[in-house]
Ligand binder design. Structure first.
Ligand SMILES: CCCCCCCCCC(=O)SCCNC(=O)CCNC(=O)[C@H](O)C(C)(C)COP(=O)(O)OP(=O)(O)OC[C@H]1O[C@@H](n2cnc3c(N)ncnc32)[C@H](O)[C@@H]1OP(=O)(O)O
Length: 166
């Protein structure tokens, strides 16, 4: 099901950069999630993920902390925009609604959307869906621009921040 969606959206899909060591997107982080994230339209991104057994809380159920991590990163990245001029934001606040158990060992689709902009602050949203399209968990974030001197563009290369080919 996810594959069909991917094909239909190929024309618009733009891969976002990954870094080297980020827990969610670090391509060299052996204990990280190593997600590949795509912008599917302006301000809307998606990724897929199948959680391994070692991230379970209750048997068969993805731990809520990992669910929050996914919602945090994907809602913030919805604001990232043009990879050559990325908008990096800190999460100041995250509200999670755990609607249904999120299973381990089954493909999940995670969608992020940018909401309102308020100067250097913004709101984001992310949802985790199962293969049937059921919304399992969702999160809204309050995000703040990272002061440019804390993450200068020139340092990004060192962090391995680039679009890695599929
Ligand atoms: C290279 C690879 C990158 C890959 C992407 C990685 C994504 C990872 C996502 C994350 O994990 S981010 C890490 C977790 N977040 C942090 O570490 C942020 C820690 N917090 C901060 O640094 C500051 O609190 C923050 C920059 C968010 C805000 O501090 P400021 O000094 O800019 O806020 P200020 O005191 O000027 O307040 C501005 C307004 O926001 C409000 N505010 C400030 N912090 C808030 C907060 N945390 N929650 C809610 N509201 C907050 C504050 O009350 C105020 O409201 P009013 O304008 O109405 O007075």
């Amino acid at each position: 099901m996810f594959q069909e969606r991917k094909t239909a959206m190929t024309a618009k899909r733009l891969k976002q950069p990954n870094s080297r060591h980020c827990f969610v997107c670090g391509v060299e982080n052996p204990v990280g999630l190593q997600l590949k994230i795509y912008q599917i339209e302006e301000g809307v991104i998606e990724t897929t993920y199948t959680a391994p057994e070692h991230f379970q809380g209750y048997p068969g159920v993805l731990h809520g902390g990992i669910i929050a991590t996914l919602l945090d990163e994907i809602s913030g990245r919805a604001h990232m925009g043009d990879p050559s001029q990325p908008r990096f934001m800190y999460t100041g606040k995250l509200e999670v609604i755990y609607r249904r158990n999120v299973p381990i060992g089954q493909p999940l689709r995670i969608v992020g959307k940018k909401l309102e902009n308020r100067g250097r602050a913004a709101q984001g949203w992310a949802g985790i869906y199962d293969e049937k399209g059921n919304l399992l968990a969702e999160g809204t974030t309050l995000l703040f621009d990272i002061p440019p001197h804390l993450l200068p563009l020139k340092d990004l290369e060192e962090l391995g921040w680039k679009v890695y080919p599929d």
